[in-house]
Design a protein around this ligand. Structure first.
Ligand SMILES: NC(=O)c1ccc[n+]([C@@H]2O[C@H](COP(=O)([O-])OP(=O)(O)OC[C@H]3O[C@@H](n4cnc5c(N)ncnc54)[C@H](O)[C@@H]3O)[C@@H](O)[C@H]2O)c1
Length: 249
């Protein structure tokens, strides 16, 4: 029996990249997993992989920046399987023009905050009544860009705010038996990283990575699964870098 046997999880952005790796990992450990992703084809692809491996999955096409759609999707998951134990708020975006030198327009700010902060807020708010009912757990994927300067000012600001929001939630919901923690990915080989690869800032802001390689998406799944599981039952309000040591002081 896996750590998530009998548990129901939601993974936002579970169609690709780290979200997909996290969804597959949780399913492998016994969870029924709902994949909420704005890319319906990608969500269905992850669900198919879970089902091929003998698990149960529910793909839902949802843009998390649309609050009403998030409420409906989360309620649908709870109705489908009878509750929610884990929310992994992983979906996020990085705008290619997020650069002061490029004098990015208002759309960079609006779209980045709409998904990275408002979207995560909407998911946590919608899931909380269900998580309270089952003393569940929240894991939020922010970024080391929320704690150190990376040259992507709007993305970094959205992730810093996301960290602060999650820590506040952790304090608030502890009395209900709900835990909330944050992971800070460093550089992972996902479709998002392609945005950065074509982006001159990586050359302009080189950073020493003690574990000097780009990580595989699977390499965050264990940290997220741990924080979401009962193995971490006394851990809440933490911020865990999974970044090859690149933010080590
Ligand atoms: N890749 C990295 O190196 C890196 C580094 C630090 C932090 N992160 C963060 O980790 C998380 C996952 O990143 P990734 O690299 O796997 O990203 P990705 O772009 O590879 O995948 C993100 C997934 O989220 C979905 N998504 C995007 N906008 C959405 C929306 N509005 N509603 C619902 N789904 C939406 C996409 O369709 C996609 O399936 C993000 O929050 C990202 O900011 C990534």
């Amino acid at each position: 029996m896996g750590r998530f046997a009998g548990k129901i999880g939601i993974v936002t952005g579970g169609g690709k990249g780290m979200g997909r790796a996290i969804a597959l990992r949780m399913a492998r450990e016994g969870a029924d997993v709902a994949i909420l992703d704005s890319d319906g084809v990608a969500a269905a692809d992850t669900a198919a992989r879970i089902e091929q491996a003998g698990g149960r999955a529910l793909p839902l096409r949802v843009d998390i920046s649309r609050f009403g759609d998030v409420d409906a999707a989360v309620d649908r998951v709870a109705a489908h399987w009878g509750g929610i134990d884990v929310l992994v708020s992983n979906a996020g975006i990085m705008h290619p023009d997020d650069d002061m030198a490029a004098q990015a327009g208002d759309a960079v700010w609006r779209t980045t905050f709409a998904v990275n902060l408002h979207g995560a807020y909407a998911c946590i708010r919608a899931a909380l009544p269900h998580l309270r009912a089952r003393r569940g757990a929240i894991v939020v994927s922010a970024s080391n860009a929320g704690t150190v300067g990376t040259g992507r000012p709007v993305y970094g600001a959205s992730k810093a705010a996301l960290i602060a929001m999650t820590l506040a939630v952790a304090r608030e919901v502890a009395a209900n038996g709900v835990r909330a923690n944050v992971v800070l990915p460093g550089a992972f080989a996902t479709p998002m990283l392609d945005v950065v690869r074509h982006y001159p800032l990586t050359a302009r802001y080189p950073r020493h990575r003690p574990i000097d390689r780009i990580a595989d998406p699977d390499e965050i799944a264990g940290a997220v699964a741990f924080l979401a599981s009962s193995d971490a039952r006394h851990i809440s309000g933490t911020v865990v870098p999974v970044d090859g040591g690149s933010t080590a002081a």
